[in-house]
Design a protein around this ligand. Structure first.
Ligand code: GTP
Length: 316
C-alpha cells in the first residue's frame, strides 16, 4: 500500500417512496453488523438505522420521518422538517425501483430534493436504482436513462446514478464507495461503530446530569448534555489479591451552550463541580459495583440542540 486514503466519516440518508427497498438496502450496506438502534431519548430528527464501518470510513445511515406527498398542512410541515434534516446530512441516496416506471410519488420527492441540490451548501444526491435483479439489462438501461432525465427535467444533476440489488448484492460495494466518497474527512463519529447507548452509560450520564442540575434546573433548562466518554479500568487495579473492587476511570463530558452556563456548573473555584462529582460518584459506584474516579469536564458546544450533527456526536 502506498498512500493511505484520508479517513472519512459522516451521515447518509436513504429516501424514496414506500416499498422501494430502503430498509433492505440499508441492511445490505451495513452488512452482517446490522445495528438495531433502540429508540434513543431526544432523538427527534434522526434515527440511526445502521453504521457502515470500514477501516477508512464510517458512514452513519440515518432515517427521516419519511417524505410523502402531503395531504394535510401538518404533512407539509413535516416534509419541511424532513427537507431541513436532509440538508444537514452529507449525502442523500434517492431510491427508485428498477421495475416500476417513475411515477408521481418519485417525482414529488425529486422536487423536494431539487432545492437541496443547488447553491453553495448543496447536498449531493445519488440516485439509486434498486431491485436491479428484477429486470433485464435493457430495461435497466432504460430506467437509468429515465432517472437521469428526471434530474435534467428539474435542471439538476444526480451526483451519480447507481443500479443496485440488495437481494443478490449486485453493486452494493460500488454504492458504498460512491456514498463514502461524499463524506467529509474526519475520525469515526462512533468509535468502533458502537453507539454509546449501553444502559450503563445512559444511567451514568443521567446520574451526572441529575447532580449537575440540582438546584439550578431553572437556569439551565434543556441546555445540558452529558456524554460518557470512557470507562476504563485503572491500570494495575483489580488484579491484586487484596479483594478490593477494581478502580475505574470514568470520564464524562458535560456540554452546555454558553460560556456563562459553564460558569454556573463549575461554580466558584470549581466548588460546585466538585459537589456534582461526589454526589454522582456515589450513585455510579453503586451502579457499577466498583470504585470509580470520576473525571468531569465542562465544555461549551454552541447551539448543540439545534445542530443534528452535534447531537449525533453527543450521542443523541
Ligand atoms: N427482488 C428484490 N426485492 C427487493 C430488493 N430490495 C428490497 N426488495 C423487496 O421490496 C420490498 C420492500 O423492501 P423494503 O426494504 O421494506 O422497502 P422500504 O423502502 O424500506 O419500505 P418502507 O419501509 O415502506 O419505506 C420487500 O418485499 C423486499 O423484500 C431487491 O434488491 N431485489
Amino acid at each position: 500500500m502506498t498512500h493511505e486514503n484520508p479517513h472519512r466519516s459522516g451521515f447518509a440518508c436513504l429516501v424514496g417512496r414506500p416499498n422501494v427497498g430502503k430498509s433492505t438496502l440499508t441492511n445490505a450496506l451495513v452488512g452482517q453488523k446490522v445495528a438495531i438502534m433502540s429508540a434513543r431519548p431526544q432523538t427527534t430528527r434522526h434515527t440511526i438505522r445502521g453504521i457502515v464501518q470500514r477501516d477508512d470510513a464510517q458512514m452513519v445511515l440515518v432515517d427521516t420521518p419519511g417524505l410523502h406527498r402531503p395531504r394535510t398542512l401538518l404533512g407539509e410541515r413535516l416534509n419541511t422538517l424532513v427537507v431541513d434534516t436532509l440538508s444537514e446530512v452529507d449525502v442523500v441516496g434517492f431510491c427508485l425501483p428498477a421495475d416500476q416506471k417513475i411515477g408521481p410519488g418519485d417525482r414529488y420527492i425529486a422536487n423536494q430534493l431539487a432545492p437541496l441540490m443547488e447553491g453553495r451548501t448543496a447536498v449531493p444526491v445519488v440516485a439509486i436504482v434498486t431491485k436491479a435483479d428484477l429486470v433485464g439489462r435493457a430495461a435497466l438501461a432504460e430506467q437509468l436513462m429515465a432517472v437521469d432525465q428526471l434530474a435534467r427535467s428539474m435542471d439538476r444533476d444526480w451526483s451519480a446514478i447507481v443500479p443496485v440489488s440488495a437481494q443478490d448484492g449486485f453493486q452494493v460495494a460500488e454504492l458504498t464507495e460512491v456514498l463514502v466518497a461524499h463524506l467529509p474527512e474526519g475520525p469515526d463519529l462512533y468509535p468502533g461503530g458502537e453507539l454509546t447507548d449501553e444502559p450503563e452509560e445512559t444511567m451514568i450520564a443521567e446520574l451526572v446530569r441529575e447532580a449537575a442540575l440540582e438546584g439550578i434546573r431553572d437556569e439551565l433548562p434543556h441546555s445540558l448534555a452529558v456524554v460518557v466518554e470512557e470507562i476504563v479500568p485503572r491500570e494495575g487495579s483489580g488484579d491484586d489479591s487484596s479483594g478490593k473492587p477494581p478502580l475505574l476511570d470514568v470520564r464524562v463530558n458535560l456540554f452546555v451552550e454558553r460560556e456563562s452556563q459553564k460558569g454556573i456548573i463549575i461554580g466558584r473555584g470549581g466548588s460546585r463541580l466538585r459537589e456534582v462529582g461526589s454526589q454522582a460518584r456515589e450513585g455510579i459506584e453503586k451502579l457499577l459495583g466498583a470504585r470509580i474516579y470520576l473525571d468531569l469536564h465542562v465544555k461549551v458546544a454552541k447551539d448543540w440542540q439545534r445542530d443534528p450533527k452535534q447531537l449525533q456526536r453527543l450521542g443523541f
